[in-house]
Write a protein that binds this ligand. Structure first.
Ligand code: E4P
Length: 217
């Protein structure tokens, strides 16, 4: 499963990229607002940090203006992936852009039928929001299972990008189902490193090593 980080904070992106586990980045208008930076400038900087796809979202609601915005965004770097909402205009934009070889992430997916539409429109990625789905009394992980089954039934090439990930269990369950990608905030990705027995083991080895009085360097 590919790991994308869901942030516009370039310090966090650099930090995670240095571990070698980062395959891409997702942003959205709320994350850009939180960064307090200029959208185009920050997307360009992120694209230079990671080789993989960097999702940058259009903000227009009509197809014609979405295409104009996508034109500006895709000129920023070769690895820009245009993010469009799962609406009729969003899918028209998806179809037009992917037919032209541009990567497209269809976002704000909350049902398996919506994911079916995104695949038929040729999306490179579909982003089902598991956390927001759970928040509203639905089963986010069941949604991922349903989309996986449908995409496998018909050999769709669209990658399932599990979004709105809130905790490590979402990541574990997504990996078990065979989701292609997950995107999570930096803190959630970093929490995957944590295990009480790892910490205990390190403390034990450090203490025993000190008893030897030796030094490697
Ligand atoms: C995905 O691309 C979105 O940016 C993101 O995962 C939304 O997550 P949230 O529900 O935590 O805002």
């Amino acid at each position: 499963m590919k790991f994308f980080v869901d942030t516009a904070d370039t310090a966090d992106i650099r930090d995670l990229a240095a571990t070698g586990l980062l395959d891409g980045v997702t942003t959205n208008p709320s994350l850009i607002a939180k960064s307090g930076r200029q959208f185009l400038e920050v997307v360009k900087e992120i694209c230079a940090i990671v080789d993989g796809p960097v999702s940058a979202e259009v903000v227009a609601l009509d197809h014609e203006t979405m295409m104009k915005e996508a034109e500006v965004l895709r000129k920023l770097a070769d690895n820009v992936c245009i993010k469009v909402p799962l609406t009729v205009d969003g899918l028209k934009t998806c179809k037009a852009l992917t037919s032209d070889g541009t990567q497209v992430n269809v976002t704000l997916c909350f049902s398996a039928n919506q994911a079916l539409l995104a695949a038929k429109a040729g999306a490179s990625f579909v982003s089902p929001f598991v956390g927001r789905h759970d928040d509203n009394g639905f089963d986010g992980i069941q949604l991922i299972e349903d989309i996986r089954q449908i995409y496998d039934n018909y050999d769709f090439g669209t990658e399932i990008l599990v979004a709105s990930v809130r905790h490590p269990v979402h990541i574990l369950q997504s990996a078990k189902i065979g989701a292609d990608v997950m995107t999570a905030p930096p803190a959630v990705i970093k929490s995957l490193f944590n295990h009480v027995l790892t910490d205990k083991g390190i403390a034990g080895f450090v203490a025993d090593w000190a008893k030897t009085g030796q030094s490697i360097l």
